[in-house]
Design a protein around this ligand. Structure first.
Ligand SMILES: C[S@@+](CC[C@H](N)C(=O)[O-])C[C@H]1O[C@@H](n2cnc3c(N)ncnc32)[C@H](O)[C@@H]1O
Length: 413
């Protein structure tokens, strides 16, 4: 079977009692990574749970191009049907087969007018698949997310995806799932008004009131910079270089996403955040940061922090003034210039941060500033001019570049 394309043919055949041990092994293989990540993998339990709950009469074996490819069950319960034991063999994953099987099962449940429930592990990639097919989270705990899908929901999702796609949303399926969830929660407004705002070009994060960053939901509101996924790289580097940091400052904090993500990974650290804008300060406070200061760069900080900062995180505005016109409309038309405009070469604010960093850093403290790849050599020289031992880190996948400086010339990074 070609590993890159969707199987040409697939079918569901009724499961037999004799299939059980093959399916038990498949479950152990497929669930291993997620269970290990959650610290819950147990060689015996992962198999026994399937032996205890599997009923062939509610189950099918998936065959693709004539070969065993997986299994799935639909178990009727009091108020819903449970979708269970949906496992695909690794060689057929990520090829559209899961989506095709799910769609065909949901056609059946829609025809019967029944709601469908499913349980996924926290952080599992399967959650997105279910969201794309109209499931919404119902409740969750640290390990599991329980999702539910009302009958006919597929049509509502398909309609929403089509509207978003027509409006130019590239990730229409993911956005549809997020908008449906927000519409159902009701806290940001009814679904129709949310969709109207998104279709008119407002950033999704402003519409629903949050952005995902480092696996966390960060509150954002109009007037505040939307944290970008690429900036996760800066936080990742900071955590790797200073896992024992005692004092961290998120300068130019916006929503406070960087600081919040850092202390999520380094829980003992004391976090201070600062921004020049009222909207950002209010947002960072709303995100639970206790010490948020307002003012121009370091002027905002209590002087008691001088010489004590272990980690200085700074995603300063770095778009050159002439480049603002070429940003995507979502940023250009909706995010305030003060959050984007980094002056003639994009480094005006970053230079000012570098110039004062050594005054505020503890001996061996580090400062990390995100830049573009082209700007990095210039900022590296600026760091060196101000007594920082500098290095550049880059992540191709995220398209992220960070200039990192350490105070104390004897301690290479
Ligand atoms: C690119 S945004 C980054 C926000 C946040 N750190 C993030 O990554 O989501 C830059 C932030 O710097 C703030 N800012 C711009 N100039 C500033 C200054 N002189 N002093 C303090 N904050 C400033 C803006 O208000 C904005 O929130």
């Amino acid at each position: 079977m070609d590993a890159s394309t969707q199987p040409a043919e697939w079918l569901l055949r009724p499961a037999l009692p004799s299939d059980l041990e093959t399916l038990v092994e498949l479950r152990a293989t497929v669930m291993r990574e997620d269970l290990e990540r959650l610290g819950r993998f147990d060689e015996h339990r992962v198999r026994q749970r399937m032996r205890d709950s599997f009923s062939p009469e509610n189950s099918w074996v998936v065959e693709a191009d004539g070969v065993f490819a997986g299994c799935v069950s639909l178990r009727p319960d009091a108020d819903a049907t449970w979708l269970e034991h949906f496992y695909l063999a690794p060689q057929v994953q990520n090829r559209g087969l899961g989506s095709a099987v799910l769609a065909s099962l949901l056609q059946r449940t829609d025809a019967d007018g029944v709601r469908v429930r499913v349980n996924v592990l926290q952080g599992s990639a399967a959650r997105r698949l279910y969201e794309r097919h109209g499931f919404a989270p119902d409740r969750q705990d640290e390990v599991d997310v329980w999702m539910v899908r009302l009958p006919g929901r597929g049509a509502a999702v398909a309609d929403l995806v089509a509207r978003l796609r027509a409006a130019g949303c590239v990730y229409a399926e993911e956005e549809a799932a997020i908008l449906l969830e927000a519409g159902e929660a009701g806290s940001a407004g009814d679904l129709e008004s949310l969709v109207a705002r998104r279709v008119a070009g407002e950033p999704l994060e402003y519409v629903v009131g949050w952005a995902e960053f480092f696996g966390l939901r960060i509150a954002v509101s109009p007037g505040v910079f939307v944290p970008r996924r690429r900036t996760e790289f800066l936080v990742e580097r900071a955590v790797a270089l200073a896992p024992g940091a005692g004092l961290v400052v998120d300068l130019c904090c916006g929503s406070g996403a960087l600081g919040i993500a850092f202390v999520d990974r380094v829980p003992g650290a004391e976090l201070h955040a600062a921004d020049s804008e009222d909207a950002a300060v209010a947002c960072a406070q709303r995100n639970g940061i206790a010490r948020v200061h307002r003012g121009d760069l370091f002027d905002a900080l209590p002087t008691s922090l001088r010489g004590r900062v272990d980690v200085l995180l700074a995603n300063t505005p770095y778009v050159p003034t002439d480049g603002i016109a070429f940003l995507p409309p979502e940023a250009r038309d909706h995010e305030p210039a003060v959050t984007l405009d980094g002056g003639h070469d994009g480094l005006t604010v970053a230079r000012r941060v570098a110039a004062s960093a050594t005054e505020w850093l503890a001996p061996d403290g580090i400062v990390l500033i995100e830049t573009s790849r082209a700007q990095a050599p210039v900022l590296t020289r600026v760091f060196a001019d101000h007594g920082l031992v500098a290095t550049v880190a880059h992540d191709d996948e995220l398209g992220a570049t960070v200039v990192i400086g350490r105070s104390g010339a004897d301690s290479p990074l």
